[in-house]
Ligand binder design. Sequence first.
Ligand code: NAP
Length: 276
Amino acid sequence: MTKGKRVDTSTVLFGVFGNPVAHSMGPVMHNAAFKKIGFNAVYLAFRITDIANGILAIRELGIRGVSITIPFKESVIPFLDEIDEDARCMGAVNTIVNQNGKLTGYNTDHRGAVEPLMALTSLQRRHVCILGAGGAAKAVAFGLKKKNAVITITNRTVSKGISLAHQVGAAFVSMDDFETARPDIIINTTSIGMTPNQDQTPLDKRFLHPGMIVMDIVYNPLETRFLKEAKTAGCRLIDGLSMFIHQGAAQFKLFTGKDAPEPVMRDAVLQAMRKV
Ligand code: NAP
């Protein structure tokens, strides 16, 4: 919402569609950013049961932009007028922009993953090991591949890990053979370590070495056991909020055409997380 203005008939509507969606930090993040840049807009959370009806609502209500989250990132695609190339390659949409009634689907998740890494290092030919093979792993792998990283995937369900590895041109290694992977960067994309299981970690600490970059995309808690052990081992760390804020910042640019005030977005989410 705008600085010093109230919601009125010219307020622009944005939102997130998902199910469940009550936990989403999207409203906190985007509303703080709208306020910071003085844009008369509001971003709300909508629990959707039928994505086809959700799309009709965008068209009928003139909702300007929507974030798409679980479980609709793939099923939304047939209802859109145009799909950006990255989203098409990934087979998943996390952002819809409504431009005068034309709905275009984008995916900013892969940027959320690689931009925090690129602030620390080039990804060209770097060896990256991804723990997990779910939806988030796919976005992370796609982003890394675009930057010419050399990727190895490991996953509890071997068939899913091998399938993702084939899709993105990566190698697969079982957890038992992890020591053969020798990565420069390790990224946890599993939900292991997330509240209420914060005593768990996706990888034995003997695989963590000084100088490695270790990223966890779990952000609840912000300092997971995996990151704590990586810190003790002398690794460089990237927390889960970094991916969330970077994908949100790319989304904000698509929604408004303006650069996102990332520090304001991160502070707003951190403050909201402390209250939960
Ligand atoms: P998903 O599609 O359900 O995939 C879950 C992954 O975690 C699978 O690889 C699964 O392995 C693995 N896994 C789950 N529990 C496990 C366990 N007990 N032991 C071993 N492996 C386990 O979920 P997703 O959408 O990829 O999300 C994964 C996590 O990332 C969630 O915690 C989510 O909140 C977080 N996330 C964060 C961001 C961000 O912006 N920071 C963005 C997206 C997601 P199997 O294949 O063997 O089941």
